[in-house]
Design a protein around this ligand. Structure first.
Ligand code: SAM
Ligand code: SF4
Length: 266
């Protein structure tokens, strides 16, 4: 698939839930998160049907995200269903890692290739402050389980304010070095204010080479993280929705007043 600016679109990010077991300060309010009703959330068949169509049109890279993907019931089965689609070369997940200890082995068996794990600090108190409720030991256990299960490479997503030299980020980098993990620095962004930047060590944020479309938990296809544009697979049908998203993918984004990180998945 090529968009009207001749960008090849081969990367689909799927947010499988808007729920999360953490409440990171830059992502979700502590209380009163407006959540989708269960019937609004795509079922597995709808997600897989859409993915199959996207793959038939040239998508060969898929990332599962959330909310927190590992809180979606049956996530291992969903990974099996997606990994059995012919033509996906890279199947990855972005997770906070809290439940990886429990699921890493089964996820690999189900066909997941690799994970990005979010970790902004290695200090337990700081981690609790950033996530409001998280126990960092669960993440460390999750990282070890991911390694043992053979997920490779393992990347660590570290949110920074301005610079990768901030003390918490330097400590995370040292931990990554010692544990054979790759680090990516993500500057804290504000979708509504249109504050966005490139991901250091990753490919996000470079509009000229953007190869992504996103599917949200309620079936919106979003052609750009920083735009309100959305084409719903239930309203339009999967084929029409994906075509509309590709045809209307903007040259670059500005603001997104209709999504939050926790429902579009980053
Ligand atoms: N719950 C999973 C996790 O935390 O990895 C997946 C979803 S989360 C929304 C995906 C990524 O977005 C995480 O790496 C997180 O750090 C990042 N993120 C969340 N809010 C952000 C913000 N305001 N600015 C930049 N990155 C953000
Ligand atoms: Fe949850 Fe991920 Fe958002 Fe943190 S960044 S609140 S773990 S969705």
């Amino acid at each position: 698939m090529f968009d009207r600016f001749n960008r090849k679109i081969n990367y689909l990010r799927i947010s499988v839930t808007d729920r999360c077991n953490l409440r990171c300060v830059y992502c979700m309010p502590e209380n009163g998160v407006p959540l989708l009703k269960h019937e609004e959330i795509l079922n597995f068949d709808e997600i897989v049907d859409f993915t199959r169509i996207a793959v038939s049109k040239g998508v060969d890279k898929v990332r599962i995200t959330g909310g927190e993907p590992l809180v979606r019931n049956g996530i291992v089965d969903l990974i099996s269903m997606i990994s059995s689609i012919d033509g996906i070369k890279d199947l990855a997940m972005t997770t906070n890692g809290i439940f990886l200890d429990k699921y890493a082995k089964d996820l690999v068996k189900a066909g997941l290739h690799r994970v990005n794990i979010s970790l902004d600090t290695i200090n337990p108190e700081e981690y609790k402050k950033v996530t409001r409720v998280g126990n960092i030991q669960k993440v460390f256990d999750g990282i070890q389980a991911a390694k043992k299960a053979g997920l490779n490479p393992i990347k660590i997503n570290c949110v920074i304010q301005k610079s990768s030299l901030e003390p918490h980020a330097v400590e995370v980098a040292k931990y990554c070095n010692e544990n054979n993990l790759q680090i990516r620095y993500i500057k804290e962004m504000d979708l509504e204010k249109g504050e966005f930047s490139v991901v250091q060590g990753g490919s996000g944020g470079d509009c000229g080479t953007c190869n992504r479309i996103r599917l949200t938990a309620n079936g919106d296809i979003k052609p750009c993280l920083f735009s309100n544009l959305a084409y719903n697979v239930r309203d339009l049908g999967a084929e029409n929705a994906i075509n509309a998203a590709i045809e209307n993918k903007p040259i670059s984004g500005h603001v997104n007043h209709t999504s939050k990180f926790y429902n579009i998945g980053g």
